[in-house]
Design a protein around this ligand. Structure first.
Ligand SMILES: [Cu+2]
Length: 123
């Protein structure tokens, strides 16, 4: 009887130790997991709508991927006056993306409709 009680006590103590060990392990795991990282938002969008670039002037940080989205039904294109980039015809619903790494001012137009002009300032 005494032996039996001792065993039960031992088992209970072992159970507590196991629980503590498990708890400790979970705690360590939580501490070791890396902090949540927010995805870099180095992306910007320019709408082509009603034969205009919106916004006409866009300021971004160097390394930003700038995407033009043509919301018109007519095809447009995007041609850098500094010859930094030049898209093919962007059909309605299509997109064109360029990554601008170097700070500076980039002027562009739609060669199909040269009155359509825009500017991107890369900081
Ligand atoms: Cu156009």
């Amino acid at each position: 009887m005494v032996k039996f009680v001792a065993r039960r006590a031992l088992a209970a103590a072992a159970g507590v130790l196991l629980a503590l060990a498990a708890g400790g392990a979970v705690g360590e795991e939580a501490q070791q997991s890396p902090p949540q990282q927010v995805a870099a938002t180095n992306e910007a969008e320019i709408s082509i709508q009603s034969f205009q670039f919106v916004p006409a002037i866009l300021t971004v940080k160097a390394g930003t991927a700038v995407t033009w989205v043509n919301h018109d039904e007519e095809p447009h294109n995007v041609v850098s006056l500094e010859r930094t980039f030049r898209s093919k015809a962007i059909d309605g619903g299509e997109k064109f993306t360029v990554v601008l790494d170097k700070p500076g001012t980039y002027n562009y137009l739609c060669a199909v409709h040269p009155h359509m002009r825009g500017q991107i300032i890369v900081q």
